[in-house]
Design a protein around this ligand. Structure first.
Ligand code: PHE
Length: 509
């Protein structure tokens, strides 16, 4: 059986960047930087990037490329004998991606579609109150106030799922690669336009200063470090088997290390740049309202869906254009990431059960859509979204990340992968990488994980903790069941790229 592949290396890079650049870069990063010490936040962020982000990204690319499979398929082969235990880890990643993130991620993209359509003149955006507009979408109430969702929002969410279905259904080259080749360049153009426009607004400089002025005292707060590490995981789409499967579609000779560095730097650079226009606009809002900058920024969800729209409304001519461009930017960034979340799961099911891409995608999307309605319900939805998002960020990603390092670094052996990278790339990768993957990264992550747990239990309500953990445990159970059934498509377990000289001792090792 032939495995699908990217048409070009650029196609792969764009898809990896497309997965990495997502809603998180726009509504999370700037807000996080601002809240956690401005320019000083870049220190933990960059440390996290080099200590965890880049080493794990290289690790995922390398194993995906060498064994040419989705996460369950590569973990299954780490050690035969102890079979399903390792395989289950692969399933935990892709199940969390699909049913832990994708299900609410599509709702947030749905909000973007809803706002976008409003900007085309369906609503007079200069007259609405953004707070009320958003309040109407999410409703009010607690975890158990289940009220019917806004009908138009539901339609928007259906559109998002259909787009997901369409591109993943079409396969790697005709679907994923094509989508990213359209979305990524458009995204870049839009960001440049938004940036130029926002810099011309009065008060822009004030906002940018608030974003960047370093508050070094924040660096003593462990929460700031925890935020930086979980943000790196989320933003680089690590731990969930996404980068593994994307690398499995690469040709034999590929530049693994270089692609990982490029993906990471483009993604983080993008976040940093987006921060400028986001804060220029916030500075403008502060100027118009005659308030200090820190009085106009609300929570991160509010930033994109309340603060930003309010600022746009106050602009002069062409405000609809700015509004449309901003939500298009969120839409393109979000969609390209959601495709990767879906693909990670679909390809895993295909690899194991040998089902067709078309059928697998249709079934997965249907189940995902039904689950996502929960997050769109007025009242309850936003609470569930917040709790599940928090659980995924604080323990889902980090815990799977630790286990991935341990299994691939120790059981599979990082040095085997190091040789593979060297031969495939034609340039060696230093010993530092092996040390990182085996010792440094998992140790640092363990500290972060434990702290995340303590923090959650101290600060959050019991329902919040139970919903988050409950969701997480159900996913683990699903992963367990998926790993226990019989491996039908054994051909998928035989794929791989290897090189003759890979097993011989090389001069550098
Ligand atoms: N990286 C994407 C973002 O920043 C989200 C994402 C997370 C995608 C995890 C895939 C996996 O928004």
């Amino acid at each position: 059986m032939e495995r699908e592949s990217w048409k070009s290396r650029t196609g792969f890079l764009l898809a990896a960047v497309g997965s990495a650049i997502g809603l998180g870069n726009i509504w999370r990063f700037p807000y996080m930087a601002y809240k956690n010490g401005g320019g000083a936040f870049l220190i933990p962020y960059i440390v996290a990037l080099f200590v965890c982000g880049i080493p794990i990204l290289i690790l995922e690319f390398a194993i995906g490329h060498k064994l040419r499979g989705s996460a369950p398929s590569v973990f299954e082969r780490v050690k035969s004998g102890k079979k399903s235990t390792f395989q289950m880890l692969g399933w935990v990643g892709v199940t969390l991606a699909m049913f832990g993130i994708q299900v609410f991620y599509c709702v947030v993209i749905g909000w973007c579609v809803y706002y976008l359509v409003a900007g085309f003149g369906f609503v007079d955006i200069s007259k609405i109150s953004s707070g009320k507009f958003f309040g109407n979408l999410i409703g009010s109430g607690g975890f158990f106030d289940f009220n019917a969702p806004e009908v138009w929002l539901l339609l928007a969410i259906i559109v998002v799922w259909i787009l997901n279905l369409f591109f993943v259904f079409k396969g790697v080259e005709k679907g994923l690669e094509r989508a990213n080749k359209i979305f990524m360049p458009l995204l870049a153009v839009i960001v440049v336009i938004l940036m130029i426009r926002s810099f011309m607004l009065p008060g822009a400089m004030k906002g940018i200063k608030a974003y960047l002025i370093p508050k070094f005292d924040k660096l003593t707060d462990i929460n700031v470090w925890k935020s930086a590490f979980s943000q790196i995981f989320f933003t680089l789409s690590l731990s969930f088997g996404i980068m593994i499967v994307y690398a499995s579609y690469l040709p034999r000779r590929s530049k693994i290390k270089r692609s990982a560095l490029q993906t990471a730097l483009i993604n983080c650079g993008f976040s940093f740049i987006v921060g400028f226009f986001v804060f220029a606009v916030i500075g403008y809002l502060a100027f118009v309202n005659g308030k200090p900058v820190d009085k106009v920024v609300t929570k991160s969800v509010g930033l994109a869906f309340v603060t930003f729209p309010t600022a746009i409304q106050k602009m002069g001519g062409l405000k609809n254009v700015f509004w449309i461009l901003f939500f298009l930017c969120l839409l393109f960034a979000g969609l390209s990431s959601s495709l990767s979340l879906l693909e990670a799961f679909v390809s895993s099911v295909k690899d194991k059960f040998g089902s067709s891409r078309e059928k697998t995608t249709i079934i997965t999307v249907s189940v995902g859509f039904i689950l996502s309605i929960l997050f769109a319900l007025k009242g309850a939805g936003i609470n569930w979204l917040d709790a599940v998002d928090h659980a995924m960020n604080n323990y889902g990603l980090v815990l799977t990340g630790i286990l991935n390092c341990v299994v691939l670094g120790w059981a599979y052996k990082a040095k085997v992968l190091r040789r593979h990278i060297t031969v495939s790339d034609g340039i060696g990768i230093g010993k530092w990488w092996v040390v990182m993957v085996k010792y440094v990264t998992p140790s640092v992550l363990t500290v972060i994980f434990v702290w995340g747990l303590i923090f959650t239990f101290m600060k959050k309500s019991l329902t919040y903790v139970l919903v988050g953990w409950g969701w997480f445990l159900v996913m683990i159970l699903a992963a367990f069941l998926l790993s226990r059934s019989k491996w039908k498509n054994t051909a998928a377990l035989k794929l791989g790229h290897s090189f003759e000289d890979e097993d011989n001792p090389l001069p550098y090792s």
